[in-house]
Design a protein around this ligand. Structure first.
Ligand code: SF4
Ligand code: SF4
Length: 258
């Protein structure tokens, strides 16, 4: 009998006997498979509350583990270890160390929202993936991912001016992630823009980058958004404590543990 989501079981906990006869009945191979029980010594009883305090994680408590999110997931189709249903289960059970084992793939969610449309309980699993990635950074388990830096650069500009200047977003993103501005794809894109865009539009783009225009009457909206962001930050800090900076592993033991 196949074991559902067998890849979630640690190989050392999956045991079967090549040759085993019990009471005269041959139970060799798959018939003798059993899963060693695991011991979890470090529950985090507040884990669900911590995720709920972050934007996107608010509705995780509604999950009834139907698995529709994972079945519809774009990333799960290419990597079976990417499993939103399983991570939601771990969070609700408080299995922090189990969740952290997958810290290097949780951020890979491509925000396609197929899971959100499939979910019968309006959990918004896409939001839970975002909240979990933020949580990993907040707790110091992972460095800030490039996608998070992009979100920040984008949001900062919208909040401040009510407008987006694409060139400036790309420039700020590359600078903040310490990437070269002379990347071949960027040079090629600029060349093509220069070649194909009308001169008037190029001039408008250039002037917008220099003079940074704002949406008329944006002030009250900006203040309201800033208040909301502050409120959410305070709620997150209340639930999780002050932000813990990511510590890059230095010793061979730490690197192995990573
Ligand atoms: S939004 Fe993320 S978790 Fe949801 S289906 Fe797409 S890749 Fe999967
Ligand atoms: S589809 Fe919704 S209810 Fe079902 S497992 Fe995923 S998050 Fe939970």
């Amino acid at each position: 009998m196949p074991i559902h989501e067998k890849h979630l079981i640690r190989p050392e906990n999956l045991v079967s006997h090549e040759n085993l006869v019990i009471d005269g009945i041959d139970v060799s191979g798959d018939w003798s498979t059993f899963i060693r029980s695991r011991v979890v010594p470090d529950y985090n009883e507040n884990l669900q509350e911590e995720i709920e305090a972050l934007p996107g994680g608010e509705f995780i408590h509604r999950c009834w583990q139907c698995g529709s999110c994972t079945n519809s997931c774009t990333m799960n189709a290419v990597n079976p270890d990417f499993n939103p249903r399983y991570w939601i289960y771990l969070i609700r059970m408080g299995f922090e160390s189990e969740l952290v084992r997958d810290k290097d793939i949780i951020w890979q969610c491509v925000s396609c929202n197929k899971c959100t449309y499939a979910c019968p309980r309006d959990v918004v699993p896409e939001g839970v993936m975002k909240a979990t990635a933020h949580w990993l950074e907040h707790k110091g388990y992972t460095p800030k991912s490039p996608s998070m830096v992009f979100d920040e650069v984008f949001s900062e500009q919208v909040i401040e001016r009510g407008k987006i200047e694409d060139g400036e977003v790309v420039l700020n993103f590359l600078t903040r992630t310490h990437q070269k501005l002379t990347q071949p794809w960027l040079i090629e894109m600029v060349k093509r823009l220069m070649k194909h865009l009308p001169v008037k539009m190029l001039a408008t783009l250039g002037l917008a980058t220099i003079f940074k225009p704002r949406t008329k009457g944006w002030g009250p909206a900006r203040d309201a958004i800033k208040d909301y962001v502050k409120e959410r930050d305070e709620a997150a800090t209340d639930a999780l404590g002050p932000h813990i900076a990511y510590k890059k592993p230095e010793t061979p033991e730490q690197i192995a543990a990573e």
